[in-house]
Structure formats: structure tokens, C-alpha cells
Design a protein around this ligand. Structure first.
Ligand code: OVM
Length: 407
């Protein structure tokens, strides 16, 4: 059995084009649009020899693979490594890297803890924190929008909402970089991220313990599910770890990318200022347009077919969410950032039973920041070119010098 990047090497299925591309080339990760377009143009699937995987980037097939958890499992890992054949770098997530029925029990707990009602209850707190931060940045006029805004806000409000007693902003962000880079091949990005493990992983594990969480907050609510017998104590710690894995870099990226969309599309920002009701759909358009999580894998656990393509059991399929979200057959003028679009069906938060369980909270956080900005900021401008930070699963900015001008 020949292995590549931790999974079985497969033969290219009949009729599927072979494309000698490296989806994890830092240049593609930094500027993926041409890669997305070429991927879609080649057909419903391509075979990528370097990693012996299939990849899809048309909306229809990506949606199909992502929604059907019975044929396309998560329990074998959502990166290139097949957990059935290799031991992952950390104990698998008990909500992300698991299938029903085990998934249903943990998902139920997290869906309750992160419900729309729970997110709503935090609205005022989120808004007050956003007002304070935006006032300070307006006062300064120009600032570094990733390090001083996008990374600051979620690492302020989210650990607080969780009830974390100790906060280390750097460790929280770098743990996210580990979790997401780990989904890719054994490249420089993954190795550099993994090298931080000995410093960061023990700290993260420690913060997940009951005694390191306040009496109130998401952490306490997860442990309350353990007290009620729904999950055990160890599982509660693992679900707190999931919050720390999925809840920081994603929202940092969402805020950074929202600012980038507004700074580079001033006419769209004008529309938002005139009509704050557009804030929610505008953030959905930010998600569609920038796809903070650019790709996740699934593994086929039986021989199957999608759009006439035979896919063998054990195949890793790279689902390129960023490509699906810019598929012009699904989104007319997909290349345009349009706050009047209502991009329902975008795949930025996945779809189906594994669709982002924290989405209510993510929308509440970014919504609070954007609401504070439209109320206070007349003009958002780039003062130097923005730079992207390549990551095997996240499409995020590294730096973005911005200026805010008051109304
Ligand atoms: C987790 C988790 C959940 C969603 C995304 C994610 C790869 C991790 O449960 O650890 O990032």
C-alpha cells in the first residue's frame, strides 16, 4: 500500500483531468483566485498527483461532498492525513473529526451552548467592547488593522465569553495557526506551526480544565453538560479545546477580511453607512468573497460516484470552499464584492451537520465591530498594500495598514 501525506495513494479516476498543481504553494495561498478559476474550469473534479487527492471547486459538487456525511466522512480527518491509517498530531476533535452517532451527542451540547439566544445575550457586551476599540483607533487615525484590531477584538471578547481565567493572546492565535496548518501537507507552513507545539499545546490543554474556567460562560456551560451526564469530564475539556481551536483565528480572519473588503470597495462602504440594515448581508458577502476557511477535506469511506465520476473508498477529497464561493455559475459577477447580494448558500461556514456551530457567535462579534465602525468612521483607507499570511486551511491577512477618518 503506497502512502502519500498520510493517506493511501489512489489512481486517477477514469475521465478526471490530472492537474500538476500545488494547492499549498505559498504564492497560491496568498493569491488564490487564478487557481480557483482553473480548478473550476477543469471539471467537477481534478486529480492532483503530488498529493494523490481529488479536488473540487465547483459549487455543486463541493456542496454535495460537504453535505453528505455518510459517504464523505470527517472521522478520518478533514486534512490530508487519514486518521484510520496514521496517528494525528493531537487527539481528534470530538465534534469536528467524528461522524454520527458520536457526533450528534457532542454537537447537541455545543449547539445549545452557542445558540442564537446565547449569542444575543452577549450583544451589548460585544458592542461596548467594539465602541471602545474603534474610538481608540479613530483617535490614533492610522494603525495596523490585523495586529491592532482584527487580532485584538476576538481575543478580548471571546475568552471573556468563554470564561477563561488566563488569556495569552499570542498563544490563542498561534494555536489556531497550528490547528489549521495541520490540515495541509508536511510543508514549511505545517512544520513551522508544529514547532510551536511544545510551548503552546500544554498551555491550551491546561486552560481547558474546569478549574481554569469561571463559574459563568461557555466553558462552565460545557462542564454543566458533564454534570448532567450528557458527556463526561474529559469530553467537556475536549469541547472547550474545540472552542479554542475554531473560535479565534476564524473570527480574527473574518474581521480582517471585512475591513479589507470595505477599504478596497469604498462605494460599498458608503452603502453600508447609508443603510446599516445591510450589515448582516454584507458580512455574508465578506464570507463568500474572501472564504476565511479556504479548504477542508473529506474522506470517501465507500466506492461512490459524484457527477458521473467514480470515487474509490479511501480517497481524500480537497473541497475548495473558496473556489465554490467564487463559482460564477452560482454567483453572477462573483468577482465583485457587492453588499446588496444575498449570498445564501455560500460555503464559507460549511454546510450540513458539520456546518459551523459557532456561527451565531461569529456573526455577533463581527456584527458588533462593523456596527461600531459604520456609526463612527466616515472613511476607511489602506495606507500601504495589505499582505496575506499563507496558511494551509485559512485565507487570512498578515498585515494591513489602515486609516480611519471620523464622520
Ligand atoms: C475542533 C475544530 C472545530 C472546527 C474547526 C476547527 C480545524 C477545529 O473541534 O477542534 O479547525
Amino acid at each position: 500500500m503506497k502512502m502519500i501525506e498520510g493517506h493511501v495513494a489512489i489512481e486517477p479516476p477514469h475521465g478526471v483531468p490530472v492537474w500538476d498543481v500545488d494547492p499549498y504553494d505559498p504564492e497560491i495561498l496568498a493569491d488564490p483566485d487564478a487557481y480557483y478559476a482553473e480548478l473550476r474550469s477543469k471539471g467537477p473534479f481534478v486529480y492532483i498527483p503530488r498529493y494523490s487527492i481529488l479536488a473540487c471547486g465547483r459549487h455543486q459538487e463541493t456542496q454535495e461532498v460537504f453535505s453528505d456525511w455518510e459517504r464523505f466522512v470527517s472521522s478520518r480527518g478533514v486534512g490530508l492525513q487519514d486518521f484510520k491509517l496514521e496517528t494525528p498530531w493531537r487527539p481528534p476533535s470530538i465534534i469536528l473529526e467524528v461522524d454520527p452517532p458520536a457526533h450528534s451527542r457532542t454537537r447537541k451540547v455545543m449547539a445549545r451552548v452557542l445558540s442564537p439566544k446565547a449569542a444575543n445575550a452577549l450583544r451589548e457586551q460585544f458592542r461596548a467592547a467594539a465602541d471602545k476599540l474603534i474610538d481608540e483607533l479613530l483617535e490614533r487615525g492610522s494603525f495596523e488593522a490585523i495586529a491592532e484590531l482584527a487580532e485584538v477584538y476576538p481575543t478580548d471578547v471571546f475568552p471573556q465569553a468563554m470564561g477563561l481565567k488566563k488569556v495569552n493572546r499570542r498563544y490563542l492565535i498561534d494555536y489556531g495557526a497550528m490547528v489549521f496548518n495541520a490540515l495541509g501537507p508536511d510543508n514549511d507552513l505545517r512544520r513551522k506551526a508544529m514547532a510551536m507545539g511544545p510551548q503552546i499545546v500544554p498551555w491550551i490543554t491546561e486552560q481547558c480544565k474546569r478549574e481554569n474556567l469561571e463559574q459563568e460562560g461557555f466553558g462552565a456551560e460545557i462542564y454543566a453538560a458533564a454534570d448532567a451526564g450528557e458527556i463526561n469530564e474529559g469530553e467537556a475539556g475536549m469541547l472547550v479545546r474545540s472552542l479554542l481551536s475554531a473560535g479565534v483565528d476564524t473570527t480574527v480572519t473574518g474581521i480582517g477580511s471585512a475591513l479589507w473588503c470595505l477599504a478596497t470597495n469604498p462605494q460599498e462602504y458608503e452603502k453600508l453607512k447609508d443603510n446599516p440594515k445591510l450589515l448582516r448581508p454584507a458580512f455574508e458577502e465578506v464570507l463568500r468573497f474572501t472564504s476565511p476557511v479556504h479548504s477542508f477535506c473529506r474522506t470517501t469511506d465507500r466506492d461512490t460516484q459524484v457527477s458521473g465520476v467514480d470515487i474509490a473508498a479511501g480517497t481524500k477529497i480537497l473541497c475548495v470552499l473558496g473556489a465554490a464561493n467564487s463559482d460564477e455559475t452560482r454567483w453572477p459577477h462573483a468577482e465583485k464584492f457587492d453588499v446588496d447580494r444575498r449570498p445564501t448558500g455560500h460555503l464559507a461556514m460549511g454546510s450540513g451537520i458539520h456546518g459551523c456551530v459557532g456561527q451565531n457567535l461569529a456573526r455577533a462579534e463581527v456584527g458588533a465591530v462593523l456596527a461600531a465602525i459604520v456609526q463612527k468612521v466616515g472613511k476607511i483607507e489602506l495606507t500601504a498594500p495589505a499582505r496575506w499570511r499563507p496558511n494551509n486551511a485559512i485565507h487570512a491577512l498578515d498585515s494591513m495598514p489602515l486609516s480611519f477618518t471620523p464622520h
